[in-house]
Ligand binder design. Sequence first.
Ligand code: PLP
Length: 392
Amino acid sequence: MKLVDGFSRIGEENAFAVLARAQQLSANGKEIINLGIGQPDFKTPTHIVDAAVTALKNGEHGYTAATGIPPLREAVAAELSSRYNTDVSDELVAIMPGGKVTMFAAILMFGEPGVEILYPDPGFPIYRSMIEFTGATPVPIPIRESNGFAFSATETLSLISSKTRLLIVNSPANPCGGVTPKKEIDNLVNGLAEHPNVAIMSDEIYDRLLYDDEQHISLLSYPEIRDRLILLNGWSKTYAMTGWRLGYSLWPEPWFDAVRKLAVNAWSCVNTPSQYAALAALTGPQDSVQAMVDTFDERRRFVVDGLNQLPGVNCITPKGAFYAFPNIKDTGWQAKPLASALLEEAGVAVIGGPDFGTLGEGYIRLSYANSLPNIERALDKMADFLKEHSPT
Ligand code: PLP
């Protein structure tokens, strides 16, 4: 029997395939250092875990409202209001089963044959996959190394056509670690005034993972686009909670009921103890976030320094997230064969840039969510491999 066409177009995240292969090699006795998967290597802070356990013990394990428990929605609205000095209503906050589900919902709401959706390339692979699933035409926004891996407002605006329905932006960004400067975001928002029918989804899941005194610029700080802005965020990266499946989104009022109904149809609600954990994360001590950022920062400097000493490799210093995106063009390798050989022969899992879009050719992504000794060992293994296998 034939499935609907969308399933012949849906993609996936190769990071999960690399993880599975790395686990298989390691089960066969090979030493593998995993710099592939994008998740913090820290434990979820104890007070957050305790809140989930207490919730379960208190019998909080039934369904909740589809868009989340009221105190959690209120806590999200309060945090956004105070961080961005704006007024966010808890009634427009939806608690989601992961950050990913917000992009799923937003793309489903706007994607259909005949329309165009703009998304970053290189970018999180699910954007393009979901756009193609809906039958909409994906229009890549080039994310260039020459621009510090920030998006360019001028280039983004130039790609908008009468068919554009949704614009997806992501800063700080996966896979390049780029952070788009305020001036560029100002210019984008100004230019969007000319395109009032374009919805915007801003993926700000790495908002707290910033270095070198960078301040997060949220699209929520721009009142002129609030009536068409979908904000994607969550707990996965900030509080080391990827497996809890938690996220939140903020919607313009006219679209909120659509996401509520989608929730009722698809997931009923986010698992209840996770919601209590999320509440403890937002309202409890934040020192673990700072400690994690400090540790990432140290590794970031180390990994960039190490990468720049490898033959044929050049890496600019990322300002956010926990990824480095080195240029490997001078090694003489194509990105995906190099990533595969590094895993199979050197025992280092990384992801080939083309897994994040066509402009990812010539780059690989390393996640530095791993210990300094492991990163050091991975860099040594990469150095030995490249010295032995580079044509020059
Ligand atoms: N957005 C970006 C840019 C990501 O890199 C990721 C995860 O890697 C997500 C969203 C999804 O996060 P979650 O695990 O909360 O679904």
